[in-house]
Design a protein around this ligand. Structure first.
Ligand SMILES: Cc1cc2nc3c(=O)[nH]c(=O)nc-3n(C[C@H](O)[C@H](O)[C@H](O)COP(=O)(O)OP(=O)(O)OC[C@H]3O[C@@H](n4cnc5c(N)ncnc54)[C@H](O)[C@@H]3O)c2cc1C
Length: 508
């Protein structure tokens, strides 16, 4: 990939803080720290949000289901963050109405659901978007006529919020950059510089050019989510695993087949787990599964069993949808980086986060949620500031997240081609690709089609049919010439297989 200007700073460059991992956690930390005046570098080995942070249910939620496990503190904290994000980033976080239909014999009976939403509103200090309402069976069907009415006893309506996980991550990255951070995607930490037993820097490789550098930092944060034990091994000393991975799969199907109006909270007909049907424009997303896994976060993919599990729920609750395997437009999976747990099921494992300073002095954060990323970042940077004796008070509880919509719109107004839809019927325009390549660190077709747009999720071929045209369009911006255009398309094919390929099931 020819790019004359080196992206890495010269070896020996020194920072207050080196953040490893550009998912939502690392992006939030980089933003919080640079807004406090620290000299920050953020290193992400693939693309920003390419790990778990582009594979979530895209909810900013208090986590109603965590009440079942008595996690009141988490729900209280997440509800406060939901309220904050609705205020500070209204362009990225919008209210979402949920209906929870309750059927006869359900694992969670009506009285418990009703008590749960009352407590949920209370833990949000009654300052959620609206308060919940209980519904009769007829009331549920008026709201959601596609649901089966058989054995329906009633339901509740309550509120949470929805976001675009990859875009929320990118907004934090770009704001960190605006505040002075150097942010690099497609650059990996390959080892740490260790002096007298303490980590004082890291070796970095630019995966686009092969260039390497050794950087220095007064503090290092490991924010690599499901990779955090792998990165921790670079510190040298043996340690017990701190993360236990749980795989979650989603499927996307045409909305017209399901016809849901709001989001639905459902109990799986297979095992009674809480799951969701989520509106996503012309589509409905069903998810998620929740199974402990030892799969590498680099290779995690859905299985046919996961897809069958989700389709069974879809068809049970929306019988007239008659969804078959061929109706699934896309399926994808991510790994929840849960704090290592002895819980029997991932469902019961806590979603709280843990901050730890390793013997080599690396501040490591594990667990947590998309919803709570801001407060997690604030706490991590508090630890960093204490360690290095620098940095002002955090301002992210009050600082709005900048809106890049006007810049994207301006790119789409640049010329007639920029204004055109890439695929008719889907919202993505050519100009957005130009904006992403110029101003939002997109360097590969996967960055463009999976994370700067969601085109890969919304087409059965995951954008392979337009990949060649997209490569030609962005080639001048990314300085791809000759064979590089073909190579970009081939690399995209491999990425599509890595993320959207579905493994054979065990047939359970
Ligand atoms: C199926 C599913 C649904 C979910 N739904 C929700 C939801 O609706 N709401 C919610 O609040 N939370 C949800 N979560 C949880 C949430 O998505 C995660 O907690 C969050 O995205 C984790 O972010 P992270 O930054 O810690 O990890 P990641 O996003 O995985 O980021 C870690 C990054 O580190 C990078 N990295 C790894 N090794 C290196 C290295 N050597 N050098 C440089 N970089 C490296 C990786 O490439 C990766 O990008 C869900 C999770 C899953 C799996």
């Amino acid at each position: 990939m020819p790019d004359s200007a080196p992206r890495l700073p010269p070896s020996g460059s020194a920072y207050d803080l080196l953040v490893v991992g550009g998912g939502i956690t690392g992006a939030g930390i980089a933003r919080d720290a640079s807004l406090r005046g620290l000299r920050v570098i953020l290193i992400e080995k693939d693309d920003f949000a390419s790990g778990t942070s582009s594979r979530s249910s895209r909810l900013i939620h208090g986590g109603l289901r965590y009440l079942e496990h008595g996690q009141l503190k988490l729900v209280f904290e997440a509800s406060a963050e939901r309220r904050r994000l609705l205020r500070l980033a209204p362009h990225l976080v919008r209210p979402l109405r949920f209906v929870w239909p309750v059927y006869a014999g359900a694992r969670v009976p009506f009285w418990k659901v009703a008590a749960g939403v009352t407590l949920y509103d209370a833990l949000a200090l009654f300052r959620n978007v609206h308060r919940h309402r209980t519904l009769s069976a007829r009331g549920v069907l008026r709201k959601e006529p596609g649901l089966t009415g058989e054995a329906l006893r009633g339901g509740v309506m309550y509120y949470d919020a929805a976001t675009d996980d990859a875009r929320l991550t990118l907004a934090n990255v770009l704001d960190a950059q605006r505040a002075g951070a150097l942010v690099l995607n497609h650059a990996a930490i390959t080892g740490f510089v260790i002096e007298r037993g303490l980590v004082t820097g890291a070796q970095v490789i630019d995966r686009l050019t092969g260039e390497t550098a050794e950087l220095r930092a007064r503090a290092v944060v490991n924010a690599t989510g499901p990779w955090s034990d792998e990165v921790r091994r670079m510190e040298g000393a043996a340690h017990r695993p701190r993360v236990r991975g749980s795989k979650g799969t989603h499927i996307l199907v045409p909305h017209a087949r399901v016809g849901n109006h709001a989001a639905l909270t459902l109990l799986s007909p297979v095992d009674g787990r809480v799951m969701f049907a989520l509106p996503a424009g012309r589509f409905t997303v069903f998810g998620t599964t929740d199974t402990f896994t030892d799969a590498s976060p680099d290779q995690v993919r859905p299985s046919e069993d996961d897809v069958a599990y989700l389709l069974r729920a879809a068809n049970t609750f929306f019988p007239s949808s008659e969804l078959a395997r061929g109706d699934v437009i896309s399926a994808w999976a991510g790994i929840r980086p849960l704090v290592a747990t002895t819980a029997d099921s991932p469902n019961a494992a806590s979603r709280e986060h843990a901050i730890e300073i390793t013997p080599a002095g690396v501040v490591t954060i594990t667990g947590g949620k998309l919803t709570t990323y801001r407060i997690m970042a604030q706490q991590v940077v508090n630890v960093v500031c204490r360690r290095i004796g620098a940095g002002r008070t955090s301002i992210t509880a009050h600082a709005p997240l900048p809106d890049d919509t006007p810049a994207r719109d301006a790119a789409c107004a640049a010329d007639a081609r920029a204004a055109q839809l890439i695929i008719p019927g889907l919202e993505w325009r050519w100009g957005e690709l130009a904006w992403a390549a110029r101003s939002a660190h997109a360097a590969t077709l996967a960055d463009l089609l999976i994370r700067r747009t969601k085109l890969a999720f919304e087409t059965p071929d995951h954008g392979l049919g337009v990949a060649g045209a997209v490569a030609e369009y962005v080639a001048p911006l990314l300085r791809w010439e000759g064979a590089a255009v073909r190579a970009a398309v081939d690399a995209y094919g491999a990425e599509v297989d890595r993320i959207f390929g579905v493994d054979a099931g065990a047939g359970v």
